[in-house]
Design a protein. Sequence first.
Length: 264
Amino acid sequence: MTGYGSGTLPIAVAHRGGAGIGLENTMEAFRGSLALGIRYLEFDVRMTYDGVPVLFHDPTLQRIAGRPEAIADLTLEELSMVELAPRVWVPTLADVLHAFPQANLMVDLKDPAAMAATLDLIEHYDASSRVCLTGGWDRTLKLARDRFPDVHSNMGWGRMTTLLTCGRTRLKASRFRSEATFVHVPYRLGRVRSYVPRVVEIAHDLDLRVMVWGVEEPATMHRLLDEGVDGLITDRPDLLRDVLIERGQWPAGRSAEIICQRAR
C-alpha cells in the first residue's frame, strides 16, 4: 500500500464511508466501498463519555437511531448496546484501524476532545502515513502535524474561508501560507455555491491539493475533474468510480486487488 495522497490522481474518497451505498460511518459501508476498489475512506470521530474515539457524525443518536442521547454522555459499553440497524453498531476508531490496514483514512474530528486519543491510536497502529486529519481549525490540526511529520492534514476553516474569498474576489494570495497539504472545499454550503474554479489555481500555486466534497451527480463530477480538482469526496463512490472508468482514470485491477487483500 502506498501512503496517503500518493499514486494515481484524482483521489476518490467515500464520504462517511459511502453514505449513499450503506449506513454512514459503519463497517458495512466501509466494506462496500472497499469492494468497489475505493482506497480512501472518510469518517467522523467523536468521543464517548469514557474517552473512546468512535465513528459518528451527529452529536446525538437522534437522526440515525431515533434516540435523544448524546454520544458524549454514553460510555462505550452503553453505546455498544445501541443497534443502528439489524446487527449494525457504532464502530470505534480502533476497529477501523485494525480492520482496514490497506485503506487510507480521512479522519474528520467533530470533537476536539478526541484529538489526543485519536493521535494515540494512530501511533499504536503505525498509521500516520495513511491518515489525513480534517475538521476544526489550523491550531488544532497543528497538534497532529507536530507529533507526526508524515501525517497529512486539511486546511482549517479559517484559512479555507480566506482561500475561498480570494477565489471569489480575485484578491492575491501570494503571502498566504498553510502547513496543510490539502484543502477540502464544500461544493455548496446550503444553497450557496462555495466552490469556484479559480480556487484550484490558487491552491495549486500554494502546493495545496483541492478536494471537493458534497458532489453526488456524475455530470458535476466530470466538470470538476475537467477543472483540475485533485479529488472528490462523495456519498456515492459507486458513481464516482463509474465516472473515473469512463474518463480512463480508474487503475486497472483496482477492485480485484482490494477484494483479494480482504480475503487473506
